[in-house]
Design a binder for this molecule. Structure first.
Ligand SMILES: [Zn+2]
Length: 294
């Protein structure tokens, strides 16, 4: 099958993030993991095998709940059930070598985070950040974005290749949280992934890139906001309130729609102002983060 044909057949069954993972596995960059509903498992395995891929299936089903306020995003898998259970999703590992997919599955079974991180092609510095932050992440929803931001030493705007917030809107290039927005191995990896996707379809790859080049407001429980078409100038973000994309229509969403620029006071502190430069609201809380990219 030609590249575009492979892409089209995958897009009929999977979302863009899953397609990215399968294409990267096909190119030998990594072993990929994805959750599949059991009723589609046989059909999906047949499709992937036709593309020359090997599959291992986790021997338990995952019962998961979506995160609050993240548009269906799942950061934690809850508990496991036997494969015979009536509910739950199957985790599959996909790669070009059978020994690699089995190794990834076994690393996950034995909770070997370093081994699994390596199988999944995650830079060692980011695996370390993940392991160091597990306990604190589990106290909330098991999301690591706040640790990426906390570890970032550079000023705004950050390197857009490391913009992991793009994933919540379905188009992130990275499948892991960078150890910081300054992480060079992650930025290099995102560029490599963009090139691999572009070899299948420039249009598909550039959709991801566009989401990396946007600014975001991340909240842990009250939605994530993508400020499409916004610009960062002189310490303020200027945005079009009609172009905001949201994962949850929260109070913050309506506040943002009544303003048109944000005065940045810190990573977790900002004022929303309207076109008359009148303050609409001020926010300062560790669970609200500004993510600004070049
Ligand atoms: Zn890193």
């Amino acid at each position: 099958m030609a590249g575009q044909q492979i892409l089209d057949s995958l897009l009929m069954e999977f979302n863009a993030l899953q397609v990215r993972e399968i294409l990267l596995a096909r190119e030998g960059l990594k072993v990929s993991r994805t959750l599949v509903q059991p009723e589609y498992l046989a059909m999906i395995c047949a499709l992937l095998e036709k593309m020359g891929l090997y599959i291992a299936i986790h021997d338990k089903k995952y019962i998961y709940e979506t995160d609050a306020g993240k548009g269906g995003w799942v950061s934690r898998y809850g508990f496991e059930e036997s494969l015979e259970a009536n509910h739950g999703a199957c985790m599959i590992y996909v790669g070009i070598r059978p020994e690699d997919v089995l190794a990834a599955k076994n690393y996950e079974h034995s909770q070997n985070d370093c081994g699994l991180g390596e199988s999944l092609g995650i830079p060692g510095c980011c695996v370390k950040m993940y392991i160091d932050s597990i306990e604190r992440a589990e106290q909330k929803q098991n999301d690591y974005l706040e640790f990426t931001l906390a570890n970032t030493r550079s000023e705004y705007p950050h390197n857009h290749w490391n913009n992991i917030a793009a994933q919540y809107f379905g188009y992130g290039l990275l499948s892991h949280y960078p150890c910081s927005f300054d992480c060079i191995p992650s930025a290099d990896l995102a560029q490599k992934i963009h090139q691999i996707l572009a070899d299948y379809s420039r249009k598909f790859a550039d959709m991801f890139l566009r989401y990396h080049q946007k600014n975001y407001i991340y909240t842990e429980f009250d939605g994530i906001f993508c400020l499409s078409g916004s610009t960062f100038e002189g310490g303020s973000i200027y945005y079009d309130p009609s172009k905001i994309e949201v994962t949850l229509d929260s109070v913050l969403a309506s506040v943002l729609r009544s303003g048109n620029h944000i005065r940045v006071k810190g990573k977790h502190h900002f004022q929303v102002l309207n076109e008359k430069a009148q303050q609409v609201a001020e926010f300062e809380h560790p669970d609200i983060s500004l993510l600004i990219f070049d």
